[in-house]
Write a protein that binds this ligand. Structure first.
Ligand code: PMP
Length: 412
């Protein structure tokens, strides 16, 4: 073994990694606040946050301090013993939400897995044997474990993985009458994202959100809110459901919770939590002291009124700025989203070319995301300043100008 670190590049990915991803050519090596640097030392403004994860920017000093302090103290004990950071984080999350009980996991998929299992288990203990159906929505994304991906509403992600878990019904999103017709005594849960993130940054309408709550209560079905992407301040409130005036029975979250350290949580009520009794579910790493110590520091920063006010103000600035670009270059239709989770749908002339915008932005030093082929997604740090946002918008302006000046490619 050489004493020097091995030299690795993007090409190494193709040699040694399973090809389920197609990462960009850029290999980031360092981050600070809203900025990233790649192997060549090029700087980027980060409007992606590692898919809406690093909500407090890169290497936030308080998160680094929490992580290093805990790293020198205690890393892992498993669920055979509890630990102080997990208890403190659970306590804080119950203070900040409707919930009074918390289950920790390591990813959004796992938090959803726990929620779906809770719904089935609760129905098995308290209702008729045929109350097993989970209703979810087209274009929903709930993760990649077999249960989560089956509940998710995109067939391309389940193809070839059959047989899939049964008892799952998919309905059109924001279509209350479809739910009204489908929901029944057999439904044990309805799961929705307040804003469908991966599916195109599509917010639920207020009418739909309120209607889903009413129908769930009426049919004794649990309402599960997947706030893996919308939670932890991203929407401008700690959780997005607060803006809809709807209280779910179960809420899942991850991504921004650890600010980049893998951690997830399922939140619920005392009554429902009782259905996941001793031995019914578990995770070796879930609630690990390292993860929960970082998440506690992140939650404290996110919950500050100044942070949430900044999300609202910078969200407006971003919305205004991208709307101006839409007017100037004709690439985008009307923006949608909440807080600092914004989607710019491609206009008819640019159908299917969201990826081209992301690539052009990268050439101009700005990292954005797609949400499917039709939507450019932006999810910058909740702590981004007005000047940093303006700089990002200037870079996006340059990228859009470059695209608009190209000879028009026909989409056939
Ligand atoms: N639910 C939603 C709403 C998500 O956006 C995601 C991730 N994009 C997941 C679940 C899955 O989370 P993870 O990748 O951490 O398993």
């Amino acid at each position: 073994m050489s004493a020097l670190p091995m030299s690795v590049t993007r090409k190494t990915f193709d040699q040694v990694m399973v090809p389920n991803y197609a990462p960009n050519e850029i290999v980031p090596v360092r981050g600070e606040g809203v900025r990233l640097w790649d192997q060549q030392g090029r700087e980027y403004l980060d409007f992606a946050c590692g898919i809406a994860v690093t909500g407090l920017g890169h290497c936030h000093p308080k998160l680094v301090a929490a992580l290093t302090a805990q790293a020198n103290r205690l890393w892992h004990v498993s669920n055979v013993m509890t630990n102080e950071p997990a208890l403190r984080l659970a306590q804080r999350l119950t203070e900040l939400s409707f919930a009074s009980k918390v289950f920790f996991a390591n990813s959004g998929s796992e938090a959803n897995e726990a929620a779906f299992k809770l719904a089935r288990k609760h129905a098995s203990l308290h209702h008729a044997p045929d109350k097993r159906e989970i209703i979810a929505f087209h274009n929903a994304f709930h993760g990649r474990t077999l249960f989560a991906v089956s509940v998710g509403g995109q067939a391309k992600y389940t193809q070839g993985f059959e047989p899939l878990p049964g008892g799952i019904t998919h309905l059109p999103f924001n279509d209350l009458s479809a739910l009204e017709q489908a929901i029944s005594a057999k439904t044990c849960a309805v799961v929705m994202e307040p804003v469908q993130g991966e599916g195109g940054v599509t917010p639920a309408t207020r009418e739909f959100a309120l209607g889903v709550r009413r129908l769930c209560t009426q049919h004794q079905a649990l309402l599960i809110y997947d706030e893996v992407q919308t939670g932890n301040g991203r929407s401008g409130t700690f959780f997005a459901h607060e803006q809809y005036g709807v209280v779910p029975d179960v809420l899942t979250t991850a991504k921004g919770l650890g600010g980049g350290f893998p951690v997830a949580a399922m939140l619920t009520t005392d009554d429902l939590a009782a259905s996941l009794g001793f031995g019914t579910h578990g995770s070796t790493y879930g609630g690990n002291p390292l993860a929960t110590a970082v998440a506690l520091a992140a939650v404290e920063e996110i919950a500050r009124p100044e942070t949430l006010a900044n999300v609202a103000a910078r969200g407006e600035q971003l919305r205004r700025g991208v709307s101006e670009l839409a007017g100037r270059y004709g690439l985008f239709e009307e923006l949608r989203g909440l807080g600092l989770l914004l989607g710019a749908p491609m206009s008819a002339a640019w159908r299917g070319r969201a990826k081209d915008v992301v690539t052009a932005c990268l050439r101009h030093g700005l990292w954005t995301l797609v949400a499917g082929p039709e939507v450019v997604r932006m999810a910058p740090s909740l702590l981004i300043t007005e000047a940093e946002m303006a700089e990002g918008l200037r870079r996006m302006d340059a990228a859009c100008a470059e695209l608009a000046a190209l000879p028009r490619v026909s989409n056939g």
